[in-house]
Ligand binder design. Structure first.
Ligand code: FDA
Length: 390
């Protein structure tokens, strides 16, 4: 049996960060991944340019059943620490929007950074490693792979979430947590496009390709000012992806198409104009036509609207309601909500409270960030804090 100090399962963002840090402390570290390549999600992230962190990282940008859980790790390894690491490796990057930092060239730069850090720290990475079984062995663990029997003092689970099963996502981490008696909170797709209800398809499908700035609002009042994109399957775009993480089946989402008061002002300024003419100057024409075709608005000269009609139209434009049919699911989701319950873990080290020397880091746990580099920052921060103690 090969003995290691630390075995990390998952050569993704969190696993590699943790492995490099543990290796720097002189620990003999082995990273196992069943995939053919290192960091496959990193490579496809950010449209191939990896949105690796965000200038505005703060705990409020994370969904977790215990909102305080993320504070310690995010404070100990911040976005500035990761930016310093990116600078150390000479990787060119830029801010795209809203504090989101992307590589100028390719996401491969971030994978190369992690591999270089692991190499310097003497970490061994084994790909195509199928893990058959994990058991307790004294205070440590025995890990059986298709080829080897391994043992370790500390076991780190960094197997990520369920999104994109085609590139190797599995529920392995959840099953392992349950095997050791840890609670796993129900999972669902997050940062994911919505599909339409059958009754909306006829009027909204023809809008495919239309995009506009909106404020999307979930039923719990969480709001995101970003763009909405109509697709042939439903609605997407950053505003939708963001709000999808706050959405539960059966709920509505509202989109502020125009700020409240816009229509009232238009009535005062150009009372003879038809609603359709005025609206077509404010919103994409195809959307205006769809709102009329759906009977949500009626066009006539603005001065002919009664106060009640005006208020109703104003309300609709300030909070256009849509009840999604569902989401596109894990096939296209960027992240998984839910996962290993953070009540089971130390927020300082990511160690399982009731199973000594077992750690969970990254997306496998019930921590999900907003769109915009927040999820990678969680992988870096949680991986780094675990790397100091495993
Ligand atoms: P990650 O998924 O990176 O790694 C898990 C590893 O475990 C994988 O290598 C997998 O092969 C391995 N594994 C799984 N099961 C296993 C098993 N049974 N045995 C062995 N190995 C196993 N975030 C962000 O901040 N900015 C962005 O730009 C994007 N963009 C983006 C695009 C797309 C298309 C997706 C799907 C996701 C994003 N994300 C993102 C989210 C981000 O990719 C994600 O949150 C992190 O990769 C999570 O890092 P982890 O290390 O936890 O898991």
């Amino acid at each position: 049996m090969q003995a290691w100090d630390v075995i990390v399962i998952g050569a993704g963002a969190a696993g590699l960060m943790c492995a490099a840090e543990a290796g720097k402390r002189g620990r003999r570290v082995l990273v196992l991944d069943h995939g053919k390549r290192i960091g496959r999600k990193i490579l496809m992230s950010g449209g191939g340019r990896c949105n690796f962190t965000n200038y505005h990282v703060e705990p409020g940008a994370y969904l977790c059943s215990n909102p305080h859980f993320v504070k310690s790790a995010l404070a100990r390894y911040t976005q500035w620490d990761f930016i310093a690491l990116v600078d150390k490796h000479g990787i060119p990057y830029h801010e795209k929007t809203l504090g989101q930092l992307f590589c100028d060239d390719s996401a491969q730069d971030i994978v190369d950074l992690l591999v270089a850090e692991c190499e310097t720290a003497g970490v061994t990475i084994r790909l195509r490693a199928e893990i058959l079984d994990v058991d307790r062995l004294g205070d440590g663990f025995r890990v059986a792979t298709a080829g080897d029997e391994l043992s370790c003092q500390s076991l780190v689970v960094a197997t990520g979430g369920l999104s994109m099963p085609k590139i190797g996502a599995t529920p392995f981490g959840y099953r392992l947590a349950e095997q050791f008696g840890l609670k796993v909170l129900p999972t669902r797709a997050g940062l994911v496009p919505f599909t339409l209800q059958p009754e909306d398809k006829q009027t909204l499908e023809p809008l495919s390709g239309v995009s506009l700035p909106v404020v999307a609002e979930s039923e719990d009042g969480t709001r995101f000012a970003e763009s909405l994109l109509f697709t042939h399957r439903g609605v997407s775009g950053p505003a939708v992806l963001q709000v999808s993480s706050y959405w539960q089946a059966g709920e509505r989402v509202c989109f502020e198409l125009l700020p409240a008061g816009s229509l009232t002002q238009a009535v005062a300024e150009s009372p003879n104009q038809e609603l359709k003419t005025w609206l077509s100057r404010q919103l994409p024409k195809r959307l205006v036509e769809a709102l009329l075709a759906r009977g949500e608005l009626t066009s006539k000269p603005l001065k002919q609207y009664t106060a009640k009609e005006l208020a109703a139209a104003e309300r609709l434009l300030a909070a256009w309601p849509l009840q999604p049919g569902g989401t596109e699911g894990y096939r296209t989701a960027e992240v998984t909500l839910g996962g290993v319950d953070t009540d089971e873990l130390s927020s300082k080290t990511m160690a399982a409270k009731k199973v000594p020397n077992l750690y969970f880091i990254g997306e496998v746990m019930d921590v999900t960030g907003w769109l915009g580099g927040y999820n990678f920052q969680w992988a870096w921060s949680s991986g780094w804090v675990a790397g100091q103690v495993v």
